[in-house]
Every structure is written in C-alpha cells, then in structure tokens.
Design a protein. Structure first.
Length: 266
C-alpha cells in the first residue's frame, strides 16, 4: 500500500493533469457520501473513464490524505484529511434544514419517500430526504449521488438549462445506461427534456434502479432558473400513470412553500 501523506505535514507531490481531473476528483469525493468503500471499477464506471485514469485520480487523492486504501479489500475509503475536514464543518447548520419539515409533511400526505435534489454537473445530489413509513418503501436517499439523466429530479433540473449549457454538458458526459430503461441516446434524451419542459414535471420509471421510480418538479426561485428539485421516490409497483397527476399536484404545493420559506431563495 502506498504511503499516505498527512495534509498538515507539508506540500504533497505536484501532479499535473488537465482541469477536468479536478472535477472528476470532486465527483469521487462526492461518491463517498453514499458509499464509503469505493472500488476502482465502480469509480471508473461512475466517471466514464478508463481504469488507469480512475486509478491515477484515486492515488493522487490518497497521496493528499483525502483517501486511504484498505490493505485487505483494496477499496478506497475516507482518509485523515477528509475526516478532519468533515469534522470541522459538521457542527454547522445544514443549508437545507429549513426544508425538512415540509418534506416530512409531504411524505406523510403521499405515504412515500420525498427527496430534495441539487444538480452538480451531470450528477444529482440528494441533499435532504424524508422516508416513508410504508412497509414497502424506497429508503432515504440523503447523501446519494446519481447520474442526473436517469432520475426525475435530474431531468427537471437539466430541463432548466439553456441550450448552450445543455449541449456542453452532454458533450462532456456520456449518458450511462444504469438499467434496461435508462435513456442513453442523446437525441431521445433531448426529446424527453422537451416533454419535461412542456408538462412541468419529470418522471423516472425504473431508469436509475430496477423497481424504483420517481416524479419531480422544480422549486421556483424568484423568477430565476430553479436551483433544486423536489421529488417523490416510489416502488414502481405503486407508480401507475394514473397516479402521477395526483403526485405532481402534491409536489407543486410543497414546492411553492419551499420557495417562499427558503432563506436563500430571495
């Protein structure tokens, strides 16, 4: 195992890679929010890079103290530098604390798990969640990172981008197929976003995980493009097309309340 440098011990070896590697390194660290044991193959698949490129990024983060490679499993986990940073910021109030009561109330009304989501490049981050109490339910997604094109929240936020932003994003990121139902063709996906803009909501029908669907709306922010989405996650066995309009109506009500209550929204 490579020796890990402590972040406080002085400068680490300089590694010169293109700027996009900085973005990929950030995406690797975000992956730790949903899985603290990262396999090289999983990282490569998530980034859409070769294993050798993913390995270079992982070893660079390890050398900086942000990752640590387990001696037995060979998986990468949070390093000392990352744990120190997390401990330093953990006591601060979450940006999304204001939303949790509204998410919990909506979850009780629809009896499903509700999530608040933010777009990070081509990924969607689940920043807050209220889990349903139903026996068969989708678990809390708080802290999860998923490809935006395969989720309802990701679609509704991608639909808010102008054509130039969307074109640049799609040119740089492959539409990875996660399930048999994931839209992986660019033309088909752009047509899907046109439908999303027209109807004002997005759906995910088993596109991110088999057996799990979702419906999402954008949370308006004082006339500006939406910065986050409100979504309900539902087992596909309960997500009939006839139920979608009722879920959209409930989502819209809560989205309006979130927009009015967001301390940073005005």
């Amino acid at each position: 195992m490579a020796t890990m440098a402590n972040a406080t011990d002085g400068p680490v070896k300089s590694v010169k890679y293109p700027v996009e590697s900085v973005a990929n390194a950030a995406r690797i660290l975000l992956m730790l929010s949903s899985d603290t044991q990262l396999k090289l193959s999983d990282v490569a698949d998530h980034l859409g890079t070769s294993p050798s490129t993913a390995h270079r990024l992982l070893t660079t983060l390890e050398a900086s103290g942000f990752l640590h490679q387990h001696e037995t499993t060979r998986c990468y986990e949070p390093g000392d530098a990352l744990r120190t940073l997390a401990a330093a910021i953990a006591p601060e109030r979450s940006r999304w604390d204001f939303a949790l009561p509204y998410l919990q109330e909506l979850s009780e009304r629809v009896d499903e798990t509700v999530n608040l989501q933010v777009l990070h490049g081509s990924d969607i981050a689940f920043v807050e969640s209220a889990e349903s109490t139903a026996a068969l339910r989708v678990g809390s997604r708080r802290g999860a990172i998923m490809p935006a094109h395969a989720t309802s929240g990701g679609k509704i936020l991608l639909a808010q981008l102008d054509s130039e932003q969307l074109e640049a994003l799609l040119a740089q990121n492959e539409l990875t197929r996660l399930t048999d139902d994931t839209i992986s063709d660019t033309t088909t996906f752009l047509n899907e976003l046109k439908r999303v803009r027209k109807r004002g909501y997005a759906t995910n029908l088993g596109e991110s995980e088999p057996g799990i669907g979702g419906v999402a709306v954008a949370v308006p922010t004082d006339g500006r493009p939406a910065r986050y989405a409100l979504a309900v996650s539902v087992p596909t066995s309960r997500l009939s097309r006839s139920r979608i309009p009722a879920l959209v109506s409930e989502l819209m009500k809560t989205a309006a309340l979130l927009s009015e209550s967001d301390p940073d929204g005005r």
